[in-house]
Design a protein around this ligand. Structure first.
Ligand code: F6R
Length: 260
């Protein structure tokens, strides 16, 4: 696991640069998309590269991490709509090349199984962008999630609904209680995991993710088992890392030609 500590703008350039390099060597790459605040600067940078440097998503495929259950199709906070607004429409990514779990399906377990199959049929995810919840979730694998789980329905914790109320006029009652989420096993099958976290409120989750024992209580800790995991954090999110100086020193001495 590589840990990079840098200001948020630099982290976004690093993550976008990884996707840029991937798309230029493999135009039909499969990109895993997160919602929430953490990836927004990455999406801004990708949109800029699309507009100014000809970065093309035309042949790429996108798979979202998760979706709320039951939000109406036109709801602005439905994750498929968020992804359309924040990245897909800005890089002219055709709607049928970006998929998310179907939170409006009549048969939710069948929709989850079909989603895992669709990811596998596309050849698996090349780069998966991730954020982390203050309770340690990645995607919506809340504490207690099976470390081998596949896409399935989950109940959101009170903490996550409180954290996400800011997207719903500050009203926790409007935040759905359930979601469909890629499982930890699904996420671990991606070839490169790139997690972004900024702000002091993420410091404990980041400490556990990188330095804690692997445990379903901090679901992101499963990333310690991944052969290619990159954790991009700003100084505030890194503030509880015991080995922060070591991570800084390691990254500073990394040869410039070596990407993430
Ligand atoms: C969203 C997702 C979540 C968020 C996490 C952090 O698709 O999977 O795991 O990444 O809740 O959210 P933000 O970035 O808003 O702090």
């Amino acid at each position: 696991m590589e840990v990079v500590i840098a200001p948020a703008d630099e982290l976004a350039v690093l993550a976008a640069g990884t996707i840029d390099a991937l798309l230029r060597r493999k135009p039909d790459a499969v990109i895993g998309l997160a919602t929430g605040s953490s990836p927004l600067k990455v999406y801004d940078e990708l949109a800029r590269r699309h507009a100014e440097d000809g970065l093309s998503f035309a042949q790429a495929r996108g798979f979202m991490l998760d979706e709320y259950v039951g939000l109406p199709a036109e709801h602005p906070e439905r994750y498929r709509n968020v992804i359309e607004r924040e990245i897909a429409s800005r890089v002219e990514w055709a709607a049928d090349r970006v998929q998310g779990p179907d939170g409006l399906a009549e048969d939710l377990p069948a929709a989850c199984a079909a989603y895992d199959e669709a990811i596998a049929a596309a050849g698996g995810v090349d780069v998966q962008i991730l954020g982390i919840g203050t309770d340690g979730h990645i995607a919506f694998n809340e504490p207690g999630s099976s470390l081998a789980s596949r896409t399935r329905i989950k109940t959101l914790t009170a903490q996550t609904r409180e954290d996400n109320a800011r997207f719903f006029d500050g009203d926790i009652e409007q935040v759905p209680t359930h979601c469909l989420t890629q499982g930890l096993g699904t996420i671990m099958a991606a070839r490169h995991l790139v997690l972004l976290a900024t702000g002091k409120h993420k410091a404990e989750a980041v400490h556990q993710l990188v330095e804690g024992p692997i445990s379903a209580m901090w679901p992101g800790t499963i990333m310690q088992m991944h052969p290619h995991a990159t954790v991009l954090v700003d100084g505030a999110a890194a503030s509880r890392l015991q080995l922060a100086d070591y991570y800084r020193q390691t990254y500073a001495s990394k040869p410039a030609w070596q990407g993430l």
